[in-house]
Design a protein around this ligand. Sequence first.
Ligand code: NAD
Ligand code: WQD
Length: 334
Amino acid sequence: MNILVTGGAGYIGTHTCIALLEAGYSVIVADNLSNSKRESLEKIKTITNKEVLFYEIDVTNTQAVEEIFQQNSIDGVIHFAGLKSVGESVEKPFMYYQNNLVCTLVLINACLKYDVRRFVFSSSATVYGGNHVPFVETMNFSQTSNPYGETKAMCERILTDITNANPSFTVTLLRYFNPVGAHNSGLIGEAPNGIPNNLMPYVTQVAKGKQEYLNIFGNDYPTIDGTGVRDYIHVMDLAEGHVAALNTVTAGVHIYNLGTGQGTSVLQLIKIFEEVNGIVIRFKITDRRQGDIASCFADVSKARKELDWIAKRDLETMCKDAWRFEQNYNHQVM
Ligand code: NAD
Ligand code: WQD
């Protein structure tokens, strides 16, 4: 089966390409390389010994997307392509709505036109907003706290409406919690441009000496030690969740949390990172970051039951794999 992976050169996309190739799928990647590098696709070949077919296109370009559907027999789409920085979305909301909504609309249009019925969408735990933890798929949400989160909530609604009007369409909305870590080869991983926004890449850059110390955003939350609690999931577990979603879907809209179900504080994560890698992470406690919530973790029972999927890799593995990739990665060259 041929799977079109938009955003397949990115962090989660590359790991998912590996999981798909290992599960026997053929992979076609569409990416404009706005937040990724062509070299990542070569690394996929090194790891799997299999080729992906690559189209360097912008997914907002209807004609370019349709050409892929004309030239290939596509069986399903996994749609990762999108902008993902919460802070940038507050500064440039138009860019986020334009890119993330138009990509999704262009792809839906192509799927309907070329009778491709399987669609898997990258959503986010951010859609749950201020609900109580653990987050369950049935929870209502009205408004998320930033334009990025709104694009995810809007795409979920668009895909739901389209499926209601086209009952043979099969849509899986995967709400990721906090993906971290890297493929255990150390060849691919998360390599943000500039100063990282997210915790794990910041920690690995402190470990490498690229950043002097970590700012911990607040230690007065109502959590185990006052620092923010999140549900960190190994990116390869997340990738395998996509394969499970493709393997088991039936017509209609299906929503799944992809997390571990376990909350970990910033201080707990740092301690595990230090222990497994034998490195001290310098940090300072600073003010809370605007928009952060105290705790975010998943109820994962639905994915376990319906997808027969569960995250297998522990925090120790996440920390080791993230550090292995950071040590291999040359920020100047790639
Ligand atoms: P990423 O930035 O590494 O990957 C996204 C890829 O999409 C990049 O390769 C980028 O070049 C490409 N892209 C962006 N706009 C495009 C366009 N118009 N046309 C073609 N390609 C385009 O991000 P990621 O962490 O791999 O995230 C993948 C998806 O998962 C995103 O939709 C993101 O919002 C979602 N998500 C990520 C996280 C996370 O913490 N990483 C959490 C929840 C959801
Ligand atoms: C984790 C914890 C911070 C950095 C974001 C998006 C979310 C999703 C995943 C896409 C929090 C603390 C962080 C630092 C710190 N992405 N922290 N110092 O905010 O849970 O989620 O990425 O959908 O939408 O909002 O992840 O890694 O930024 O933060 O103390 O330098 O680490 O306060 O408690 P977050 P994160």
